[in-house]
Design a protein around this ligand. Structure first.
Ligand SMILES: NC(=O)c1ccc[n+]([C@@H]2O[C@H](COP(=O)([O-])OP(=O)(O)OC[C@H]3O[C@@H](n4cnc5c(N)ncnc54)[C@H](O)[C@@H]3O)[C@@H](O)[C@H]2O)c1
Length: 343
């Protein structure tokens, strides 16, 4: 089987490819072929992939490049679409790249998938498309009500993907997951930003009153859930994926400080993010009852392992942070009060 995986030089896509290739080695006797299409934006890194694996082909390219996408789609049986601009703060600074990649890029992939009759297209969306949830949890039937430009661009691509199922009969499956954490997350999102900053003895910025609430999901549990959807889900169906750990940013900060042996004197309160959603919460009964999903990682050990990974892999994140503070766009983003939540 030939899988085309977009955006897999990034955090979640690369974890998914590592998982597939590790499982494939045991199960598929080399039948599995994975092609990664990734343009290597600031968030993508080849260090995240084992390019020596003969089952893996890496293509550096843009999902908006229709001729390239067409060529790759001609060889693909199935598509797992991760590629996106993914950081809310950057979408507030400028939404251009978000609309281009998240909306136009997704449409380019869907058109090519249709032309080449691929048998499955898994679109990786987010719980942010439901907007802020005052109480209770959103199910897959609830309407979308995104607030940030990031979330709006993801909602557009999510609905576009579903429209290709309803209009053209393309086998599209959509996953909407909560905030991921784990190794190899770009150090602009709250957990790696705080861990790497505290490891360097710096101060971390906490948005507003710190009472915004998010659900946390280990990246490996997310990848396992996507694989359940790819292998056993249904065409045209949406699947919410949560980790079941809801924390305020203040509570999360307390845990990150404790992990690093730091204290509250290292927390700087900064003005709240514009339009900051107060709470996200999704109901993942469907994943549990239809596909047997349950997260394997408990938050405490998952966070301890993530801390240990950042402590032991400075070679991975130090150049990224240096590049970010030096580069023209990265510098602009860094001058904003980052304390951002993963998108
Ligand atoms: N990180 C989270 O907590 C989270 C939560 C819910 C949903 N998601 C979704 O999961 C997916 C992956 O998120 P992530 O955190 O791994 O993101 P990431 O920012 O770490 O990685 C995104 C990858 O996409 C690539 N990319 C960006 N624009 C591209 C383009 N035009 N063409 C080709 N490649 C391009 C980048 O180079 C990078 O490798 C995204 O669709 C995101 O919306 C993420």
């Amino acid at each position: 089987m030939n899988l085309l995986v977009t955006g897999a030089a990034g955090f979640i896509g690369s974890a998914y490819v590592r998982m597939l290739l590790a499982a494939g080695a045991a199960q598929d006797n080399g039948v599995l072929r994975v092609t990664v299409l990734d343009s290597l934006t600031y968030a993508g890194s080849l260090d995240n992939l084992d390019l020596s694996d003969p089952r893996l082909t890496f293509v550096q390219g843009d999902i908006c490049d229709a001729p390239l996408v067409d060529q790759l789609m001609a060889q693909a049986d199935q598509v797992i679409h991760f590629a996106a601009e993914s950081h809310v703060d950057r979408s507030i600074a400028s939404a251009d790249a978000f609309v281009r990649t998240n909306v136009t890029g997704t449409q380019t992939l869907l058109d090519a998938a249709l032309r080449h009759n691929v048998d499955r297209f898994v679109h990786v969306s987010t719980d942010e498309v439901y907007g802020s949830v005052e109480s209770g949890s959103r199910t897959e039937q609830d309407p979308l009500d995104p607030n940030s430009p990031y979330a709006a661009s993801k909602a557009a691509s999510d609905l576009l993907a579903l429209s290709y199922h309803r209009t053209h009969g393309l086998d599209v499956r959509v996953t909407r997951c909560s905030n991921n954490y784990g190794p190899r997350q770009f150090p602009e999102k709250i957990i790696p930003l705080f861990l790497t900053t505290l490891l360097d003895g710096g101060d971390v910025p906490l948005y507003g009153d710190g009472l915004n609430r998010r659900d946390w999901l280990h990246v490996e549990d997310h990848c396992a859930a996507i694989e359940l959807v790819r292998a056993g889900g249904s065409a045209g169906r949406v699947y919410n994926i949560s980790g079941g750990i809801e924390l305020s940013n203040r509570e999360l900060t307390g845990r990150l400080l404790a992990a690093c042996g730091a204290d509250w004197t290292q927390v700087r309160h900064v003005p709240d993010r514009k339009g900051h959603d107060r709470r996200y919460s999704i109901d993942c009964t469907r994943m549990r009852t239809e596909l047997g999903y349950s997260p394997r990682h408990d938050f405490e050990s998952g966070l301890a392992e993530t801390f240990a990974w950042y402590r032991d892999n400075r070679d991975w994140w130090e150049p990224l942070k240096r590049r970010q503070s030096a580069g023209p766009t990265g510098g602009a983003a860094l001058r904003r009060p980052l304390g951002g939540l993963p998108a």
